[in-house]
Design a protein around this ligand. Structure first.
Ligand SMILES: [Zn+2]
Length: 452
């Protein structure tokens, strides 16, 4: 019978995956008491190093390992861990543990041993408004190990949680690689730090690291991934979190599968906000610390079509392949819709070539509401009848393909889809007029930014 259970609590679960990693075991049922003893010695060795001093007073304030008024912190914390190991057990008939609800809650734990748990008088995040929680040895033991996979982001602690066994194993391994190296060199660096000062950029780094470094069928995994940012100070603890939406994780997985990661990274990082004071900073540093509008919009489940278009130069910022992947996976558009838009874009470019005029293009770019877009579609239809002797649109096709009932999808997306297709087909034709176009649309473009 298992000594541990995955509970859904981020601290308990993270610790269990560290235990699996340290003991090189794949399954919970394989963890035995001797593994726990060895792992606890490793933990004490790491955490008693001076490099952890500052972080421990925040992670486990006043615990045996963080209380520097205790003469033998190492011994006291080892004893504490030993008591927990003695209590670790298979599920018991009494099921009063707050964490796993599968064993007896033999210990009364406060914020000193379990981050963010309450105390009667101080702010806490648990419902009972109780003086700590009742918890079993197995759960409390695993929480101690979560410390090793926490990292720092500005003045907050960061912990990843996922319902996916594969994600938890991959990220734990990613962090523990460095810890193992420190152990073999007997030289410790304290809490993990990846250089990120922007939490949204950090979660995207984690997701792409997992997808690109660990060979799993990620596009089918559909994991729930949440990054917690918290402080565990006694007086004013706080907690917030960021999630990666399922379709966005799947999109990143397909990007890797399609071999488009280089293009995607170049596109995304090119949009990172840069400030004049950043001129002496390395590009790698800037992408870790400055806001990235693409990531921000993806996290909020807003479309990023606007960023695919380079209106000033009349061209697209990404390939049709990447655009199609985004449209299919994130916007959930059908392949027939994309084929239709591709074809219509081509016909509109042919029309402009025939007229030897780019005016239609300016008019589409200048559409600022659904009424304007409707007018331009009618105009395109009329001109198609004149120049091609046949209609461009059929009523049913417009409803089905140009304005599909899919969220988030409206007139703005329809316009940007048309523009993407038009740029794709007409870039060479428009290139000769780039300067003229720049003059004409630059102010409109600024307006558009305001809207977003
Ligand atoms: Zn428990």
């Amino acid at each position: 019978m298992n000594l541990f259970d995955i509970t859904g609590n981020p601290f308990i679960d993270a610790g269990i995956y560290v235990l699996l990693n340290l003991t090189k075991k794949n399954d919970l049922k394989d963890l035995n008491k001797s593994d726990l003893k060895n792992s606890s010695e490793t933990l004490v060795k790491i955490l008693s190093d001076d490099s952890w001093r500052g972080s421990l007073t925040q992670i486990l304030p006043n615990s045996k390992i963080a209380n520097f008024s205790i003469k033998d912190r190492r011994g006291a914390y080892s004893k504490f861990l030993e008591n927990l190991i003695n209590d670790c057990s298979a599920p018991t008939p009494t099921k009063s543990c707050w964490g796993c609800n599968n064993r007896k809650g033999s210990f009364s734990s406060s914020r000193a041993e379990f981050p963010l748990t309450g105390s009667l008088k101080m702010v806490n995040f648990y419902p009972n408004w109780d003086n700590g929680i009742k918890i079993c040895g197995s759960c409390l033991f695993s929480v101690q190990f979560a410390t090793l996979v926490m990292s720092r982001c500005v003045d907050e602690l960061v912990l990843l949680h996922s319902d996916s066994d594969l994600v938890m194993k991959a990220w734990t391994e990613e962090v523990m690689k460095s810890i193992r190296l420190q152990l073999s060199n007997n030289s410790f660096q304290g809490i993990n730090y990846f250089g990120y000062k922007n939490g949204t950029n950090f979660i995207f780094y984690i997701a792409s690291r997992i997808i690109n470094e660990y060979d799993e069928n990620w596009s089918e995994e559909n994991p729930f991934i949440r990054l917690y940012f918290f402080t565990n100070f006694l007086q004013s603890p706080k907690v917030k979190f960021i999630d990666i939406p399922h379709p966005i994780f799947r999109f990143l997985a397909y990007i890797k599968q399609a071999g488009l990661n280089g293009e995607w990274q170049k596109f995304v990082h090119g949009k990172t906000k840069r400030f004049s004071r950043d001129k002496d900073k390395a590009p790698d540093e800037i992408i870790k610390i400055r806001p990235n509008p693409i990531y921000q919009r993806l996290i909020q489940e807003k479309t990023i079509l606007y960023y695919f278009l380079d209106r000033k130069n009349h061209k697209n910022n990404v390939s049709w392949q990447l655009f199609q992947l985004y449209a299919e996976v994130v916007l959930k558009l059908k392949i027939e819709t994309l084929e239709y838009i591709k074809n219509i874009g081509n016909l509109i470019v042919e029309l402009m070539k025939k007229k030897e005029s780019k005016k239609l293009l300016f008019q589409i770019e200048k559409c600022r509401n659904s009424e304007q877009l409707r007018k331009i579609l009618i105009k395109l239809e009329k001109e198609s009848l004149i120049y091609f002797n046949e209609p461009l649109f059929k009523v049913d096709d417009v409803a089905t393909y140009l304005f599909p009932e899919s969220e988030p999808y409206g007139w703005k997306e329809a316009r940007d889809f048309l523009l993407f297709s038009i740029y794709e087909h007409g870039f060479k034709f428009f290139k000769q007029f780039v300067d003229e176009i720049k003059d004409e649309i630059i102010d409109e473009d600024e307006d558009e930014k305001e809207e977003w």
